[in-house]
Design a protein around this ligand. Structure first.
Ligand code: SF4
Ligand code: SF4
Length: 106
Protein backbone atom coordinates (compact mmCIF):
# COMPACT_ATOMS: atom_id res chain seq x y z
CA UNK A 1 0.00 0.00 0.00
CA UNK A 2 1.41 3.43 -0.89
CA UNK A 3 1.31 6.27 1.61
CA UNK A 4 -1.13 8.12 -0.68
CA UNK A 5 -3.66 5.37 0.00
CA UNK A 6 -3.26 5.49 3.77
CA UNK A 7 -6.58 6.08 5.52
CA UNK A 8 -7.02 9.17 7.63
CA UNK A 9 -7.09 8.62 11.36
CA UNK A 10 -8.95 10.58 14.00
CA UNK A 11 -6.85 11.43 17.05
CA UNK A 12 -6.86 13.73 20.03
CA UNK A 13 -4.34 16.54 19.75
CA UNK A 14 -3.24 18.85 22.53
CA UNK A 15 -1.81 22.24 21.59
CA UNK A 16 -1.11 25.66 23.09
CA UNK A 17 -2.38 28.78 21.38
CA UNK A 18 -0.83 32.24 21.67
CA UNK A 19 -2.45 32.71 25.09
CA UNK A 20 -0.76 29.60 26.46
CA UNK A 21 -4.15 27.99 26.96
CA UNK A 22 -4.35 24.27 26.57
CA UNK A 23 -6.87 23.11 24.01
CA UNK A 24 -7.89 19.74 22.74
CA UNK A 25 -8.68 19.32 19.08
CA UNK A 26 -9.84 16.50 16.86
CA UNK A 27 -7.26 15.78 14.23
CA UNK A 28 -7.18 13.69 11.08
CA UNK A 29 -3.88 12.92 9.35
CA UNK A 30 -2.94 11.55 5.96
CA UNK A 31 -0.02 11.52 3.55
CA UNK A 32 -1.21 14.95 2.38
CA UNK A 33 -1.16 16.54 5.84
CA UNK A 34 -3.46 17.11 8.79
CA UNK A 35 -6.81 18.83 9.50
CA UNK A 36 -7.71 19.83 13.06
CA UNK A 37 -10.84 21.37 14.58
CA UNK A 38 -10.81 22.98 18.02
CA UNK A 39 -14.46 22.71 19.11
CA UNK A 40 -13.87 25.18 21.96
CA UNK A 41 -13.33 27.95 19.41
CA UNK A 42 -15.93 27.13 16.73
CA UNK A 43 -18.95 29.43 16.93
CA UNK A 44 -20.78 27.72 14.08
CA UNK A 45 -20.75 30.56 11.55
CA UNK A 46 -20.59 28.11 8.63
CA UNK A 47 -18.03 30.11 6.61
CA UNK A 48 -15.72 27.09 6.24
CA UNK A 49 -18.57 24.97 4.89
CA UNK A 50 -19.39 27.72 2.41
CA UNK A 51 -15.79 28.12 1.20
CA UNK A 52 -14.51 24.52 1.06
CA UNK A 53 -13.97 23.74 -2.65
CA UNK A 54 -14.53 20.01 -2.20
CA UNK A 55 -17.55 20.21 0.11
CA UNK A 56 -16.09 17.91 2.75
CA UNK A 57 -16.84 20.04 5.84
CA UNK A 58 -20.20 19.39 7.48
CA UNK A 59 -22.01 20.01 10.75
CA UNK A 60 -21.02 17.64 13.57
CA UNK A 61 -23.65 15.81 15.58
CA UNK A 62 -22.25 17.35 18.81
CA UNK A 63 -22.60 21.03 19.70
CA UNK A 64 -19.58 23.27 20.24
CA UNK A 65 -18.58 24.95 23.50
CA UNK A 66 -20.91 27.88 22.83
CA UNK A 67 -23.91 25.61 22.48
CA UNK A 68 -24.01 26.31 18.74
CA UNK A 69 -23.40 23.94 15.85
CA UNK A 70 -19.80 23.07 15.16
CA UNK A 71 -18.15 21.45 12.18
CA UNK A 72 -16.32 18.26 11.33
CA UNK A 73 -14.76 16.92 8.14
CA UNK A 74 -15.09 13.94 5.81
CA UNK A 75 -11.32 13.72 5.47
CA UNK A 76 -10.96 11.44 2.46
CA UNK A 77 -11.90 14.31 0.13
CA UNK A 78 -9.81 17.03 1.80
CA UNK A 79 -7.06 18.37 -0.46
CA UNK A 80 -5.37 20.34 2.40
CA UNK A 81 -5.81 23.61 0.51
CA UNK A 82 -6.12 25.54 3.84
CA UNK A 83 -9.00 27.71 2.57
CA UNK A 84 -11.20 26.76 5.53
CA UNK A 85 -8.50 27.71 8.03
CA UNK A 86 -7.83 30.99 6.23
CA UNK A 87 -11.51 31.98 6.34
CA UNK A 88 -12.30 30.87 9.90
CA UNK A 89 -12.68 34.09 11.93
CA UNK A 90 -12.03 32.28 15.22
CA UNK A 91 -8.90 30.25 14.41
CA UNK A 92 -10.84 27.09 15.15
CA UNK A 93 -9.27 25.19 12.25
CA UNK A 94 -5.68 24.23 11.55
CA UNK A 95 -4.53 22.65 8.29
CA UNK A 96 -0.93 21.54 7.89
CA UNK A 97 0.41 20.39 4.53
CA UNK A 98 2.81 17.47 4.60
CA UNK A 99 6.09 18.79 3.13
CA UNK A 100 6.76 15.65 1.09
CA UNK A 101 3.28 15.97 -0.39
CA UNK A 102 3.98 19.58 -1.32
CA UNK A 103 7.33 18.83 -2.99
CA UNK A 104 5.84 15.88 -4.86
CA UNK A 105 3.55 18.33 -6.71
CA UNK A 106 6.42 20.54 -7.91
S1 SF4 B 1 -8.33 22.20 3.63
FE1 SF4 B 1 -9.49 22.75 1.75
S2 SF4 B 1 -10.42 20.81 1.08
FE2 SF4 B 1 -9.74 20.49 3.19
S3 SF4 B 1 -11.54 20.91 4.45
FE3 SF4 B 1 -10.36 22.84 4.29
S4 SF4 B 1 -11.21 23.97 2.54
FE4 SF4 B 1 -11.93 21.83 2.40
S1 SF4 C 1 -15.42 29.08 9.99
FE1 SF4 C 1 -14.57 28.53 12.01
S2 SF4 C 1 -16.06 29.28 13.52
FE2 SF4 C 1 -17.09 29.22 11.51
S3 SF4 C 1 -18.10 27.17 11.46
FE3 SF4 C 1 -16.08 26.96 10.49
S4 SF4 C 1 -14.70 26.29 12.15
FE4 SF4 C 1 -16.56 27.12 13.10
Amino acid sequence: MTTENKLWEKAENTVFDGQEQQMTGEQWTTARGSWTIFPQLCKGCGLCIERCPTGVIRWASELGAYGTNRVTVDPEGCITCKICADYCPDAALSVVVEERSRSAKT
